[in-house]
Design a protein around this ligand. Sequence first.
Ligand code: 26W
Length: 824
Amino acid sequence: AWRKHQVKGFKDQDGFEREVVRHVETTLARSMYNCDESAAYSATALAIRDLLIRRWNRTQQRQTFTDSKRVYYLSLEFLMGRTLDNAMLNLGNKELAKAGLSELGFRIEDVIQQEQDAALGNGGLGRLAACFLDSLASLNYPAWGYGLRYRYGIFKQEIIDGYQVEVPDYWLDFNPWEFPRHDVTVDIQFYGHVVKSTDENGRVVHRWEGGETVKAVAYDVPIPGYGTSTTNNLRLWSSKAASGEFDFQKFNSGDYESSVADQQRAETISAVLYPNDNLERGKELRLKQQYFWVAASLYDIIRRFKKTKRPWSEFPEKVAIQLNDTHPTLAIVELQRILVDLEGLEWDKAWNIVVNTFGYTNHTVLPEALEKWSVPLLQHLLPRHMQIIYDINLFFLQTVEREFPGNFGLLRDVSIIEESQPKMVRMAFLALVGSHKVNGVAELHSDLIKTTIFKDFVQIFGPDKFTNVTNGITPRRWLHQANPRLSELISSKTGGYGFLKDLTQLNRLEEHINDADFRREWAEIKYANKVRLAKHIKETTGVTVNPRALFDVQVKRIHEYKRQQMNIFGAIHRYLKLKAMTPEERAKQLPRVSIFGGKAAPGYWMAKQIIHLINSVGAVVNNDKDIGDLLKVVFIEDYNVSKAEMIIPASDISEHISTAGTEASGTSNMKFVLNGGLIIGTCDGANIEITREIGEDHIFLFGTLAEHVEELRHSHLYGKHELNPDLARVFEEIEKGTFGNPDGFASLISAVREHGDFYLVSDDFQSYIDTHAQVDVAYRDQEAWITSCIKSVASMGFFSSDRCITEYAEEIWNIEPLKVKDED
Ligand code: 26W
């Protein structure tokens, strides 16, 4: 009987408007007479959401009914950004909504801007997870994401007097995209002790007892695919006190304060996203977050598996779990514990299941980013897990000893336990030993992990355990949504929007490379995007920039290895050269806007100095009458996903200039090229593959190669280290006080001049500024420049996250797509 009552949602503009009005008047309890943009956003989101829910339910039913193998993507970060625009585009009803909103008196662009970013991530790793969810749904793969529902996402960045100030990001006030599942909860245990005994069959059994319990509550977020009904699920866990609101026993006995304190302590677990990117700090709360999330997710996955009544041996045929870096590595230990301690499987049988279930993706080779947890801390928080880690290590080292007898150096080097004071658990080694595949995220990076951090493991496991899956980006958000005019132009030349599902179709643009109208329109779109960014810069910083100038952009987390310091030193060098010129010479120069954006981890002193230097240089250069339009230096506050959607399409040249061998992949490099910008970059990460695809004539490469980095670093420490003269001149100017009190910049200079220049800023400086001079020359030939841009875009098909996800699905997860019938 219920079938005939199923809600059908809206089908046309009229239906859309009716739903918006209904939500304003009933769900929001407001009148259309005082419906502002914020209410219009809420009601539009609710109307669109109603369509998602039905597809979402159908997708889940179908996946369960067909008993399909699913992949579970475990990530501590999902940097989703805004949802409404993306949902409308994926559902294919944005035009209808635009017309409907216009009829109701709103501009859809303004309504979309009302939404706050879901900023549950730091940078590359978190945004990659978000692109993967989009591709998994768009390709109809049965997949769930599992993460934490942070009350505070990455902090909001304000620039005050040139310094970064962190402000909390309270984003949950109104979030129509999540569904609390108060009936889906898991009790998570911490601390306590292990009781060892023997059962009636003489088997040793371990029971983990005592300690405290925290409740995990599920919040579900629908993830719509593009041009398909498939709507997958992202499940985020929120923590709360296991005893409910507060402990009534304590409350009744008069201990009100401590009952509230218990509750607050429990809620602290999912309260905040750790704002470190590529830096490991070993905090107990972070470990608690990791176990809380991993244990809840595994419990949930196993509960689903158990409903199928299959034997445990078939677990890896139904479940693939991907570890997004080492943050979820405890899942390996937790599954082994469940199988051995709770389900009574033999160790080896259990371990086989575990290894066949997990895959591990490494995202960084920086030593300071590799996770290690102290043994005493683990012992205290998770006593049984620590025992199991010791056993995993023992059995692993026994197999190594059998193959390489007497090689104690090797045993020490590959041990999951580092014999330091205190002992540490090397999470990357644990993840590697407990997975059937380990992958890097770009070719160079995947080669590097095999020759550096995991070298000995290639000997032990053989090379087939290691593979490369070069990162990708979703063209839906990063072209169609961020740059709608370019997307439309491309569609008019490639035969429709098929390229959004098969990005290799971009190569059809090649045929139109000489089409003058097409080229003019291409240039116009870039210009319009630059005008829009110039307007934002004016509104937020007060600086007027000329949209005809070359826009030179570096936006990403601030980190010494990414070398924003080299970029700003380069800008100072340019400023000094301009100052030394006669007005006649100056008149011949190409105007340039140097645009920076990115957050520094709150405790990262050097990164904060870099931000301060950029702002201080801007304050001088931007107000120098001799310079005018020839150079502007701007720092865009609070770089995030929605800012990226505006900045990236407006770039002429973007900077991906990490010291070779340090940036695992980079993904914004792909976004910039896809939006018709060129790159200045080092031979690092995915820059190398981008060069291979688009051709070396269309990219400005410079700098030391990864293979020479070590010897150069060594020579800095032991040989003589001559500072590049142009860089010396820049330092002199900073130290003279041209950009304000130089004390605040002293450690940026001494890192290069006195402390070994670990990131090779001085070594690469000459080729960096020379290459920028080539950029200036190239930009003057606008026709050749546009040809380069179009040719590059035509060759970017490889970098779709659809290609990337297909590789994971086929090579690592062994899962198949599953179509859901389109009902509406
Ligand atoms: C424990 C602290 C911590 C936090 C985050 C350590 C490491 C991380 C991430 C692994 C850092 C990260 O985001 N890595 C980036 O991953 C991207 C997606 O693969 C790559 O494109 C970037 O090059 C890499 O820096």
